[in-house]
Design a protein around this ligand. Structure first.
Ligand code: ADP
Ligand code: MG
Length: 347
């Protein structure tokens, strides 16, 4: 092995976030209109009276989706919605989208029409204009890259970084279902491969499967914020699991947090599926990814306005940084939160 080769750093050593940090260290901004670059759910730019936000996501066949059990229409829908979710996490509304795809020979026009059917449906449901993209060939299957631009009034933009001590920590919907959906799909795929011709019965898992295959982003919650003049002090969407996202908010806000185990929303169907597969439901909620719910903080004064909605749970509060980030169990024990969410390069 040559000297230079010896000193190479494997990506598995630094992980996904470490890699992003190294690559984007000291990136200069040449324009005053660039308000926020790397480090939040979307970049923020100022044009006229509005702030624009821009976010992009890439999905690779075999890594992010498996076409054995992912219908292409659902894949198109999900690919769009995960980007809308990042826009909502800035308290903004998505407006335009560009879509780039790389395809191998195994795909037909009919298959790609299915995929675009999903994209179109997502654009219709969330009122987003598909305005362009790029198409290329691929040697290894399908790759999808989607970029979405959104807009928000200047005074409503929400970052990850402004959570304050005593703020309420809130989460929309319920957690862990998408992860359980994936586990069920993986299990059925194995059985299917072993027993040729086996038709899985998936009706009882309808909810968790839908959460995995055709997730929705929380547009109605952002609209509620806007009409009720709620500006969260911090917000992030839950793509990598509650623990990981809480740690992002706390590290960027310079705070700690306490969240309560018995307040974390988990659907009954998620619990049932988890028990069946011998997985602890709480672990799905804390570390399972792809829920696309919103995690946000608001001042205590917003307590009543938040309580008015039954699709938002208050799960804890922000503390001083010195107290650390903790989960308080049903028995009152404090457990330090650790990020064990999805990470592209770490095992
Ligand atoms: P999310 O999970 O919300 O999509 P990520 O964890 O993917 O966010 O990204 C965190 C931040 O790092 C974002 O601001 C994103 O724009 C930035 N980022 C990710 N990958 C790169 C890259 N290759 N080059 C520059 N910035 C990146
Ligand atoms: Mg995000």
């Amino acid at each position: 092995m040559s000297e230079s080769k010896k000193s190479l750093t494997p990506l598995s050593e630094i992980g996904e976030f470490g890699l992003i940090q190294k690559l984007t260290e000291n990136l200069p901004h040449y324009h005053k209109s660039t308000l926020k670059g790397v480090g939040d759910d979307a970049a923020v730019m100022q044009y006229g009276d509005k702030f624009l936000v821009m976010t992009t996501d890439m999905l690779m066949e075999g890594v992010h989706f498996n076409l054995v059990y992912t219908p292409l229409k659902h894949l198109g829908y999900k690919a769009a919605v995960v980007n809308f979710s990042d826009v909502f996490a800035m308290n903004a509304l998505p407006r335009q989208m560009v879509v780039s795809i790389a395809l191998s020979n195994k795909f037909s026009l009919e298959a790609m029409n299915e995929f675009y059917g999903g994209l179109r449906l997502a654009c219709e449901n969330y009122k987003v204009d598909l305005v362009g993209g790029d198409t290329s060939s691929s040697l290894t299957g399908m790759a999808i890259s989607i970029t979405v631009i959104g807009e928000v009034d200047k005074d409503k933009i929400t970052y990850r970084s402004q959570a304050k001590e005593n703020d309420l920590i809130c989460v929309t919907g319920d957690l862990g279902a998408a992860y359980m959906g994936l586990q069920i799909l993986e299990r059925e795929k194995k059985i299917f491969e072993d027993l040729k011709g086996f038709q899985p019965k998936l009706d009882e898992y309808e909810y968790v499967l839908r959460r995995q295959l055709k997730p929705e982003a929380r547009k109605e919650v952002i609209e509620y914020f806007h009409t009720n003049n709620i500006i969260p002090t911090s917000m992030i969407d839950i793509s990598d699991g509650l623990s990981s996202e809480l740690l992002h908010i706390c590290s960027q806000s310079g705070t700690g947090c306490s969240v309560y185990q018995n307040k974390i929303p988990i659907a009954d169907t998620t619990e049932q599926a988890a028990k069946e597969l011998n997985i602890e439901p709480l672990i799905c909620a804390l570390n399972g990814g792809e829920d696309y719910e919103l995690l946000f903080t608001v001042p205590l004064t917003q307590y009543d306005t938040i309580l008015a909605r039954n699709d938002i749970s208050i799960i804890g509060h922000i503390t001083h940084a010195s107290e650390g980030c903790n989960l308080v169990t049903e028995l009152g024990q404090q457990i330090e939160l650790k990020a064990q969410g999805w990470n592209a390069y770490k095992e």
